[in-house]
Design a protein around this ligand. Structure first.
Ligand code: CU
Ligand code: CU
Length: 603
């Protein structure tokens, strides 16, 4: 009880004291407590109190005109002090462990970034910043002050290796503290020499870019090959490091680079990292000349294996090769496609239900990327994708039994999957029912996809892929069989005769857009909705929806000659390259369709 009264009286006294203080006097100084320590063989200041607790070379903050106190506790390891050179403030030196010194001073009455350091250990890493007011204002100042910081003489070395982990592409630590860690935090102090060795683990091309420092390594290509990047960080802060090969950062190759305290000394850093991607984009907007060596990547819609007919179950070997080739996207426009067997879509694989498929996937030695295959006809992990991550020059195999008839999409499933699909890595596998599909006169193979180019639709030259647009689902091109208006060209149009039955195997690679598939001037006699062969076909359908990674099989009989147009009835996409022609040849059928003016019909 006595103790309780005692505490209460102290509280009351305290409240009285505080309320008696003139409010315009700065009574309670901002107080920082620092100690000294060693980290990675370097001397550092370590924050002790509240906000800065545990921070290495913490950024100290003060209001303009404020009086602050900095207390330094010697943590051992020699003689230390703290100097604020711009303010000519210098503490006493303390050389015994546990010995304390302090400085109290008034900071400038303006927004400014200042530095502090240890007289003797400055070059060994003991330095930080004091930020007064709104540091954004002091950007130019502090950047100038911080840059040109002399070398600490310390070299910080890291080794990283590219790898695939949990379906993501990552940097894997291969040295010291970071060994075995995915996308490990890397740390250094301003003025250190940072030496990063990057190994291409699986052989695909990778590099490493440090935001803030704006430095990038060369590409490491080929299994086990490495590149070394050396630089000296000039600014404190926490920055991203990542692989700058398009799509790899988004696929997971990104980590943190912590310089000094890890606290940004200026808002310049943040602005910089934000605008950085913008800068890179702006550079790539400039379009190169069209690649005259670009090839026709359009899969001809008649490129289809013969029907299975009435045969028994077999083991079927399928060979696919993934390639990265320059292809014609439109007249005078090329694009770096990624393909199965050099065409988009990949080949139509045709088997029957109950077959065992032995699929061999080769990745061309000329490839820079890892590729793989996920077939929706497969029952098993990843649809085959886990077993088929294939390095450039490599080959993998997956064997599977086709359990269900249907028309199934396949696609590359290497991170970032959307990017691989968008670049052209999709196709279909047709699993015919026992006894085969009913015979028709003509079969066609058509797939829809989208391309995300940095340059607007219609730009001539060598267009580049745009990951931001891909992630925003903001495509420039919509295509049937890989290229703009490819199936509306003389080379690849669909052709049949009046009186014939036509079947279209239609799928959407996407990666993102559902197709409202429609043939202008025709009605589908049969739609095998969602490509189910075990559900009775729908009859007499105008437009059918096909989702990304989905398919349909439609049949129609041609009764009237002329040109019919395959579209996605989301018709804005027609303006972005999405149309195909189906020509029907034969005699007119005026009973069904007649455009001649009948005499006397007009009053
Ligand atoms: Cu990479
Ligand atoms: Cu791929």
């Amino acid at each position: 009880m006595k103790i309780f009264k005692y505490i209460v009286s102290i509280l009351v006294l305290g409240i009285l004291l505080i309320s008696c203080m003139p409010s315009n006097t700065t009574v309670v100084n901002t107080e920082y407590v620092l100690t000294t320590d060693m980290r990675n063989g370097k001397f550092v200041y370590l924050g002790v109190n509240e906000n800065i607790n545990g921070a290495v070379n913490p950024a100290l903050r003060a209001k303009p005109g404020e009086k602050i106190t900095v207390i330094l506790v010697n943590g051992g390891h020699g003689q230390h002090d703290i100097v604020f050179p711009e303010l000519s403030v210098k503490s006493d030196a303390v050389d015994q462990q546990g010995e304390t010194t302090s400085v109290t001073f008034t900071v400038p009455d303006k927004d400014v970034a200042l530095t502090y350091h240890d007289t003797t250990h400055f070059r060994l890493g003991m330095s930080g910043v004091l930020l007064v007011g709104d540091v954004a204002v002091t950007q130019a100042n502090s950047v100038n002050e911080v840059s040109g910081v002399p070398s600490t003489g310390v070299t910080v070395e890291y080794t990283l290796e590219s790898a695939l982990a949990d379906g993501k592409m990552v940097f894997l630590g291969k040295s010291g503290d970071i060994d075995g860690k995915t996308n490990p935090d890397l740390a250094a102090n301003v003025g250190d020499t940072v030496k990063v060795t990057l190994i291409s683990g699986e052989g695909a091309a990778h590099n490493i870019f440090f935001d803030g420092a704006n430095v990038q390594s060369d590409d490491a290509v080929g299994p086990g090959n490495s590149v070394v990047l050396e630089f000296i960080p000039q600014q404190e802060g926490t920055f991203a490091y990542y692989c700058n090969v398009p799509g790899h950062r988004q696929a997971g190759m990104e980590g943190k680079f912590i310089v000094g305290s890890g606290v940004s000394t200026t808002t310049y850093n943040q602005n910089n990292s934000d605008s950085n991607s913008g800068t890179i984009e702006n550079i790539s907007v400039s379009v190169g000349p069209v690649d005259v060596a670009a090839v026709d990547i359009t899969r001809d819609p008649t490129d289809i294996p013969a029907p299975i007919g009435n045969r028994g179950q077999e083991t079927v070997r399928i060979d696919l090769e993934t390639t990265e080739i320059s292809g014609q996207l439109a007249d005078g426009t090329s694009y770096a496609y990624w393909t199965f067997n050099n065409k988009v879509p990949g080949p139509l694989i045709r088997v029957r239900v109950g077959d065992t498929v032995e699929l061999h996937l080769k990745n061309s030695p000329d490839s820079l990327m890892t590729h793989s295959i996920d077939l929706h006809a497969v029952t098993g992990p990843g649809g085959g994708a886990v077993a088929t991550q294939t390095q450039p020059g490599g080959e993998t195999t997956v064997t599977f039994k086709t359990l269900k008839p249907g028309l199934y999409v396949y696609h590359c499933a290497t991170p970032m999957v959307a990017q691989h699909i968008s670049n052209g890595m999709y196709g279909m596998i047709l699993v015919e029912p026992e006894g085969g599909l009913p015979p028709v006169d003509r079969e066609f193979y058509v797939m829809q996809g989208e391309l995300y180019t940095t340059q607007p639709f219609g730009t001539s030259g060598a267009l580049t892929a745009d990951i931001t647009k891909l992630l925003d689902e903001n495509p420039e091109y919509f295509v049937f069989n890989g290229a703009s208006l490819a199936l509306a060209s003389d080379t690849h149009a669909l052709r049949a005769n009046v009186g014939e039955t036509v079947r279209i195997f239609f799928g959407v690679g996407g990666p993102n857009f559902t197709s409202s598939f429609h043939v202008i001037g025709e009605i589908f006699d049969k739609v095998y909705n969602l490509a189910s062969f075990t559900t009775p076909a729908m009859t007499d359908v105008q437009t059918t929806m096909v989702p990304p990674g989905g398919a349909t099989m439609v049949e129609l009989k041609l009764e009237v000659p002329g040109r019919y147009i395959l579209v996605d009835h989301a018709l804005s996409r027609l303006q972005r390259g999405l149309a195909g022609y189906l020509y029907a040849e034969g005699d007119p059928n005026p009973d069904i369709f007649n455009t001649e003016v009948t005499p006397g019909s007009d009053p």
